[in-house]
Design a protein around this ligand. Structure first.
Ligand SMILES: *Cc1c(COP(=O)(O)O)cnc(C)c1O
Length: 272
């Protein structure tokens, strides 16, 4: 095989060598279960805290608002299904768009079969969600607006700040699938009134099978995976310590190089 030029970085990215290096000791040297009580396990626990801090920093979030999952799909499923369940008393209506990732669209189909009412808002010729249509769709039964930050196929970046403002004005929760935006464009969860945000490690030169859901303090959604008391009792399962270490390292790396990378990618795109 000749030299390969890989251009499918929206599907997945190569794990950065320094990310792999950061992860390695947590497979073979510091393999303790973070929930164990002896000193050796403390190393794993510290590593999780560091990863959580590295990620929270990128979003202007508190580290306690970051919940590690097994990837973007799980985070999207959790946000939608758990909101539907937790806010049933208020209503059953969710607003999303026609251009979401399957992790959102197929979850919406699943919820429709269980009594949810879903509005799929259209986008304009540039792939930008129609804000007037979105605002008009809100009813007293609306519990959630879920709009992706950046599209994985056409790259359109949505007016997230505006959507966050609309959601807040109407007292509706706002979730964004930011898998293609985290560490690619600046995001501040407070400025954008984001209540929940999904992300995934392998789209930013981190490992596969690790993601997180940012959940703003006060949002009442419950656990989606039941079992142990990990992740503040909201996501059971022994933590993916090497994955979290790699994710944190990848986020710090990608966030620091955001402008430089973007300028380079724009230049390559324009040239092509
Ligand atoms: C890749 C992707 C996902 C799924 O993430 P996984 O970690 O692969 O489950 C969800 N949403 C968008 C926009 C994506 O690009």
């Amino acid at each position: 095989m000749g030299k390969m030029i890989y251009l499918d970085n929206a599907a997945t990215t190569k794990t950065a060598p320094e990310v792999v290096q950061a992860m390695l000791p947590y497979f073979s040297e510091y393999y303790g279960n973070p929930s164990s009580i002896y000193d050796f396990a403390g190393k794993s626990k510290e590593a999780i805290t560091k990863g959580r801090e590295q990620i929270a920093e990128v979003l202007g979030a508190k580290k306690e608002e970051i919940y590690f999952t097994a990837g973007g799909s799980e985070s999207d499923n959790w946000a939608l299904k758990a909101t539907f369940e937790a806010y049933k008393a208020k209503g059953n209506h969710i607003i999303t768009t026609k251009i979401e990732h399957h992790a959102i669209l197929h979850t919406c189909e699943y919820l429709e079969k269980r009594g949810a009412k879903i509005t799929y808002v259209d986008v304009d010729e540039d792939g930008i969600v129609k804000l007037d249509e979105l605002e008009k769709a809100i009813t007293p039964e609306t519990i959630l607006i879920s709009v992706m930050f950046a599209n994985n196929e056409i790259g359109s970046i949505q007016p997230i700040k505006e959507i966050g403002r609309i959601a807040k004005e109407h007292g509706v929760l706002f979730h964004t699938d930011a898998v293609q935006a985290f560490c690619q464009v600046p995001i501040n969860v407070d400025e954008c009134n984001i209540d929940m945000l999904s992300s995934s490690g392998h789209k930013i030169n981190g490992p596969k099978g690790i993601g997180f859901l940012y959940i703003r303090k006060g949002v009442k959604i419950r656990s989606f995976v039941h079992g142990g008391a990990q992740e503040r009792k909201r996501r059971a399962g022994t933590e993916n310590v090497p994955g979290i270490v790699g994710y944190g390292a990848a986020a710090a790396r990608a966030n620091a190089s955001m402008k430089e990378r973007t300028d380079k990618e724009i230049a390559i795109r324009d040239h092509l």
